[in-house]
Design a binder for this molecule. Structure first.
Ligand SMILES: [Zn+2]
Length: 95
């Protein structure tokens, strides 16, 4: 894959560009749209992955953990950004 790309997936920005390092492990960055990069924020909503699919799985895993802390929602009501206005869960895409 060449060049760069950027897309939004489940509330995260997915960023691709080939880093000038001898590994592809950092090619795909994933960062929550509300990510706080301050050193004392201890925000775990960002990371790197070697492929797009791996990055999507990282985001899915983050949501699975996050979902455990949420209230149940009988019927999702999708609002802006594909986020449920009831429980805050993001609509997932078919991979
Ligand atoms: Zn919901």
């Amino acid at each position: 894959m060449r060049g760069t790309s950027r897309e939004i997936y489940r509330g995260f920005v997915l960023d691709y560009w080939r880093k000038p390092v001898p590994t592809s492990d950092y090619d795909w960055g994933w960062t929550h749209v509300d990510y706080d990069g301050a050193p004392d924020a201890f925000d775990n909503r960002a990371g790197y992955a070697p492929t797009r699919r791996a990055a999507l799985l990282c985001i899915d895993e983050w949501h699975e953990e996050d979902f455990l802390n949420r209230e149940e929602c009988d019927e999702h009501s999708w609002g802006h950004g594909d986020q449920c206005v009831g429980c805050g869960e993001y609509r997932s895409l078919d991979l």
